[in-house]
Design a protein around this ligand. Structure first.
Ligand code: ARG
Ligand code: CA
Ligand code: ZN
Length: 339
């Protein structure tokens, strides 16, 4: 009995509370819409005395839909999250005014203090990549006249330093078995589907670098560059101190093959590059001819040959098209081309 009375009182109090709360909210709402009405009227009056009051009901309709569909608010939230991300352009992979901006994460593995390369050296590598991929490298104009009609010009691919991850290692030199890309023996890649990961470490057997072609596992995606072939300053050592090991490796990462097609007179799947017998080293004399079909002059200054850094300075238009194909809808690196 006493219990029931208590409950009734509680119920009544609750009802009273709810009613007054509703009244307050309702009141506020009315005040607000009155204010809005006034502002709208003012604007309309300013526009024309006789214009009828026009309203767009979109917001009201949305409110009704939110009430009717309990799943709608989550979808709206996802749209807002996306929009905010787009506006802030948080170094996500992105296509800006026709330029593919690739965020770059540099993973530095060092066994000696010298191998813990400086920010200046890292920036020199990013600068070299940007110069080479935009054809604004100072030696671009050295391209022999016979190849000037096939020069790439700006590839519209740009590199932006996103982060540097440093880690000391007891490994004196790494092979090409990807140990530098595992957290247990190196550094795992950061966001590999939207960021280009570059590992800088000491490589064994005189290897300057290696890349993973599109289509591989994202856990090992990116390029590896020897610390003595990285950038243009610091520990970078001639004849590999123009940052072009990275230019070459990133070319592979964007699906370019070696210019000799990795076979005697092989195909690189690009139609504006000449046939090459084999890889060229050092600095071949101008006009060096291939013995392949048609004995064409070899394009030894192409980034996808094996010549010294000062002797490679161009991509072709065909190579540019092949690289950009990876970003297209349905392409293997389309995730890098999203706003
Ligand atoms: N993967 C090639 C190597 O290790 C890279 C050649 C790069 N050439 C250059 N001049 N940087 O030999
Ligand atoms: Ca080295
Ligand atoms: Zn290569």
């Amino acid at each position: 009995m006493l219990k029931n009375l208590k409950l009734t009182i509680m119920k009544k109090t609750l009802l009273l509370f709810l009613a007054s709360a509703f009244f307050i909210v309702g009141c506020k709402k009315n005040e607000l819409s009155d204010e809005n009405e006034l502002l709208t009227q003012k604007a309309i009056t300013n526009f024309s005395e006789n214009t009828p009051v026009r309203k767009c009901a979109s917001y009201e309709v949305l409110q009704q839909q939110l009430k009717d569909d309990p799943t709608l608010s989550a979808r709206l939230k996802a749209i807002e999250d996306f929009t905010e991300k787009y506006i802030n352009r948080k170094l996500e992979a992105r296509l800006v005014n026709g330029v593919y901006e690739i965020p770059v994460v540099v993973n530095v593995l060092y066994n000696t203090t010298a191998q813990n390369i400086s920010l200046t050296q890292i920036n020199s590598q990013i600068a070299a990549l940007n110069a080479d991929y935009s054809a604004s490298n100072s030696d671009y104009a050295l391209t022999p006249s016979i190849f000037q009609n096939v020069q790439s010009g700006n590839t519209n691919i740009r590199f932006v330093l996103d982060a540097i991850v440093r880690k000391s290692t007891t490994t004196k030199s790494f092979s090409t078995n990807d140990a530098m890309k595992k957290s247990s023996t190196g550094i795992a890649p950061s966001s590999p589907t939207t960021k280009l990961n570059i590992w800088c470490c000491n490589l064994s057997n005189g290897i300057l670098g290696y890349a993973q072609f599109p289509g591989g596992a994202s856990s090992t995606d990116g390029v590896v560059i020897d610390d003595n072939a990285f950038g243009t300053t610091g520990t970078a050592t001639a004849p590999f101190n123009k940052g072009r090991t990275a230019t070459h490796e990133v070319g592979h990462w964007l699906n370019l093959r070696h210019i000799w097609g990795d076979a005697t007179c092989g195909s690189d799947l690009v139609n504006d590059t000449p046939l090459h017998n084999v890889a060229n080293y050092g600095c071949p004399a101008a006009g060096h001819k291939s013995t392949c079909t048609g004995t064409p002059v070899e394009m030894t200054m192409n980034y996808m040959d094996y010549t010294d850094d000062v002797c490679m300075y161009m991509f072709t238009a065909g190579q540019k098209t092949r690289m950009l194909a990876v970003f297209a809808a349905g392409g293997p690196r389309n995730s890098f081309a999203q706003p």
